[in-house]
Design a protein around this ligand. Structure first.
Ligand code: SAM
Length: 412
């Protein structure tokens, strides 16, 4: 039997990324997290190799010396490069240094880091550049990409940054996009996106409950859900008549001599201004307060609608309004760690199982902990299928490298 490539995994959570690698044929020999319930979930479903504890307190000597790949979706709240002179003022900012430490100490062939999209814009790109430079200084060839999970067959438009590095002197492999819009004229080789309905439609009329139950010959675990479906949001204080505002803005735009294109350029938008002046089929939109004040500066209009457009108050979302929050016929919005979406056609939030399915966890993957903790583990995770696709591309690259190496050895 062919030897399996081995993995050490930091910030493993309940194991979404690790499971993807396992499904692609890798073996995880060591993992770590300090989130108790996530570790419990990991142990039950994946294995006892996970160590519960704070990684900053675990010396390298307690971690195996030999593994091929290091994984780590490092947290990055409040990164800062400027004001701390890279000191450890907020220790959480620098958890990627734990990846650096292990790369330096253990020299894996590849490493894979994962993070939120916001990492790319932090400090105008300085943060990601600092991280990449730090990895490169250890002699690794490093590349990062923003990856949208739905493009790889996950029923969710989740976007995350993946940083891959290797010390083999080869190009970093990233998986090829396989899914897209059905009517994408430019790319008809793609499989249509999976929708929320495709994957969790069968649970929509099934009442939630604490205990597992049988459905169509399969056991359904964790079909439990928060039932608070009301929430607060900042809404306009006054009734706004969109047609009236559009006519008004159009009048002032004509008077000022600004073209819609020039207004878009001024704001740095692509097609937004067109919507402010359009009233035809209700496809227009009313400017946000900041945009309104800026428009006022350039078009010079009077105060007639200032209050109506810019005054907001905290309102309660009614269930009927929240129905529109999730996309039943499309891939889901991002499943987050803080709280799930409201179910598109039930008076409850998405259940833990529904979130897990959208995150492509297998049906028999069981979660442990309080309701909030289960939602958190799932929202934190890399979709298993996306992990698997990334793993497969790395596996192919490693196989290719090994093949070429033995060819080189034979010819020497
Ligand atoms: C984004 S989640 C990673 C999820 C994981 N990649 C997956 O696919 O399921 C980040 C994890 O880092 C863990 N973490 C944060 N600081 C840590 C520390 N100092 N030591 C160990 N784990 C830590 C958190 O508990 C959390 O589970």
């Amino acid at each position: 039997m062919k030897k399996k490539y081995t993995i050490a995994s930091l910030f493993s959570g309940c194991g979404g990324l690790d499971l993807g690698f396992i499904q692609a044929g890798f073996e995880v020999i060591w993992a770590n997290d300090f989130f108790k319930e996530a570790v419990e979930t990991y142990k039950y479903n994946i294995g006892n190799h996970i160590v519960y504890g704070d990684i900053t307190k675990i010396p390298s000597s307690e971690i195996p010396n030999k593994f091929d790949i290091l994984l780590g979706g490092f947290p990055c709240q409040g990164f800062s490069v400027a004001n701390t002179k890279r000191s450890m003022e907020d220790k959480r900012n620098f958890l990627y240094k734990e990846l650096l430490r292990l790369i330096e100490d253990k020299q894996p062939k590849f490493f894979v880091g994962e993070n939120v999209k916001g990492l790319l814009s932090m400090q105008k790109g300085k943060v990601i550049n600092m991280i990449v430079d730090d990895f490169r200084s250890l002699g690794y060839n490093v590349e990062y990409r923003l990856i949208k999970a739905s493009d790889y067959g996950v029923p969710q438009h989740r976007e995350r940054v993946f940083i891959i590095g290797n010390r083999l002197g080869i190009k970093n492999p990233f998986p090829k996009i396989s899914h897209g819009l059905v009517n994408d004229l430019y790319n008809n080789s793609l499989t249509p996106y999976l929708s929320v309905k495709d994957v969790v439609g069968h649970l929509s009329n099934i009442r939630t409950r604490d205990l597992p139950f049988e459905l169509n010959g399969k056991t359904v675990y964790n079909h439990v859900a928060r039932t608070n479906v009301s929430d607060n949001f900042w809404g306009r204080k006054h009734q706004v008549n969109q047609h009236e505002i559009c006519d008004y803005l159009k009048y002032w735009r004509n008077k000022s001599g600004w073209s819609t294109k020039k207004i878009d350029e001024h704001f740095g938008y692509a097609h937004t201004a067109g919507h402010w002046f359009r009233k035809d089929n209700n496809s227009g939109s009313i400017p946000k307060p900041n945009d309104w004040w800026e428009l006022k500066k350039i078009l010079g209009f009077d105060d007639k609608f200032d209050k109506i457009v810019t005054e907001f108050e905290l309102k309660e979302i009614k269930f009927e309004q929240s129905l529109r929050i999730n996309n039943w016929e499309l891939p889901s919005d991002t499943i987050t760690a803080t709280g799930p979406e409201i179910h598109p056609n039930r008076e409850r939030r998405m259940s833990v199982r529904e979130c897990a399915i959208i995150q492509t966890f297998p049906d028999d993957f069981v979660f442990f902990g309080s309701l909030g903790n289960m939602y958190k583990q799932i929202g934190n995770a890399v979709p298993v299928l996306l992990g698997k696709k990334i793993a497969e591309s790395i596996k192919n690259a490693l196989d290719e490298y090994e093949k070429n190496k033995s060819k080189r050895n034979r010819s020497n």
